[in-house]
Design a protein around this ligand. Structure first.
Ligand SMILES: CC(C)(COP(=O)(O)OP(=O)(O)OC[C@H]1O[C@@H](n2cnc3c(N)ncnc32)[C@H](O)[C@@H]1OP(=O)(O)O)[C@@H](O)C(=O)NCCC(=O)NCCS
Length: 334
């Protein structure tokens, strides 16, 4: 495990938050719940079928002590939740029956718990689709003030410690927003800056990436990045952000000095913002393979309280890591 994750665990243990895992009938989720509890990084609520959860624990030799279990077939206040969901999605949900059917889905109920402060964050997606997890997040937790876009980030840990902050780089968005508008790109940049502050405890240097550096190429796609830069600066004037710039100008001091002289970000970026999901997703996967980096994510950001989607191919350790990361974000979120 990377030193980064060890530090996250240590920080999480100091003030563990309540994390709801809505997919309690999933073996990996039960394992993550048991480990998170044993390590003391989070207080866990599992939503599922109690007999099924007990069976998984018995077969694996796990103790469920200290874990809260909610019965998916007998969820507290489910009718009131359905009424609230119906009101939130007025005009978008056909009737109360539909609202009730949605609220009986584990991930929506988990998100409703976060909405009401019964849990501090949810981690789901080992079983549910991205559509359901993201809708639950958007509709029930909602976005941070001033932010309209749910997006995702990766923490990349590179063996070459000369890049970013001792080899740590944040990438966004490599996992959710496919073709961001200039406003969405600005949201992604500002949000990833805030996420960096929450997790690293210091100020980020945010680079808006492009195939152009400071006007070296002219194209509508470059203009979009330039517009996003202006919008991001207006949204968070305290953020050290610059662009548009190429990847080498962002990361390599000599190239940054030559291509973007006077930039406060070029050559020392630790947050890389990609212009679309093609570039963000491709680069994160190539960084993993070619640079032998460890990748943590994608993890949701932009919501009023942290929450996360998982890959359906995830391991128990992925669920545990994301839960611990969200606990630390909660400790430091403003
Ligand atoms: C989020 C998502 C599930 C919504 O799908 P949908 O309900 O079919 O489509 P809509 O576009 O009507 O969106 C529903 C609501 O979510 C909002 N929304 C969509 N994307 C959003 C985002 N990134 N941030 C915040 N809100 C968003 C819409 O504004 C809309 O709000 P409204 O109904 O209150 O007007 C869909 O946009 C999606 O799947 N996005 C993920 C894209 C993806 O697949 N990424 C790659 C994953 S590997």
């Amino acid at each position: 495990m990377a030193a980064f994750m060890e530090k996250i665990y240590d920080k999480a243990k100091k003030s563990p938050k309540r994390v709801v895992f809505p997919e309690g009938n999933d073996e990996r989720t039960v394992e993550a719940a048991v480990k998170a509890t044993a390590l003391g990084v989070a207080k866990i609520t599992l939503i599922g079928t109690p007999s099924k959860i007990s069976e998984i624990a018995k077969n694996k030799g796990f103790s469920l002590a200290g874990i809260e279990i909610l019965d998916l077939n007998n969820l507290p206040n489910i009718d009131a939740c359905a009424k609230e969901f119906f009101d939130i999605r007025k005009g978008k949900v056909a009737n109360m029956e539909e609202a009730l059917a949605i609220m009986k889905k584990d991930v929506y109920y988990g998100a409703m718990m976060v909405r009401h402060g019964l849990a501090d964050t949810f981690v789901a997606g080992a079983v549910n689709t991205t559509s359901d997890v993201s809708r639950a997040a958007i509709f029930l937790i909602g976005m941070k003030p001033g932010i309209k876009t749910l997006s995702s980030f990766f923490v990349m840990i590179l063996p070459d410690k000369t890049f970013g902050k001792d080899g740590i780089l944040f990438y966004a968005d490599g996992g959710f927003v496919i073709d961001p508008t200039d406003e969405q790109l600005a949201d992604i940049a500002v949000t990833t800056g805030a996420t960096y502050r929450e997790l690293m405890g210091e100020e980020p240097n945010v680079a808006l990436l492009s195939f152009s550096t400071k006007g070296s190429a002219k194209h509508e796609r470059v203009d979009k990045v330039i517009r996003a830069l202006a919008l991001a600066k207006a949204k968070d004037p305290s953020l050290n952000i610059d662009g548009e710039m190429q990847g080498d100008a962002a990361l390599v001091p000599a190239v940054g000095a030559k291509k973007a002289p006077g930039s406060t970000v070029a050559g020392k970026a630790n947050v890389l913002i990609f212009p679309d999901l093609d570039s963000g997703n491709i680069v994160y996967k190539l960084t993993e393979r070619l640079a032998k980096a460890e990748a943590y994510g994608p993890i949701y950001q932009g919501t009023a309280k942290p929450c996360s989607d998982l890959s359906r191919g995830c391991k128990a350790s992925d669920i545990l890591n994301v839960a611990a990361i969200n606990v630390v974000r909660l400790q430091n979120s403003k």
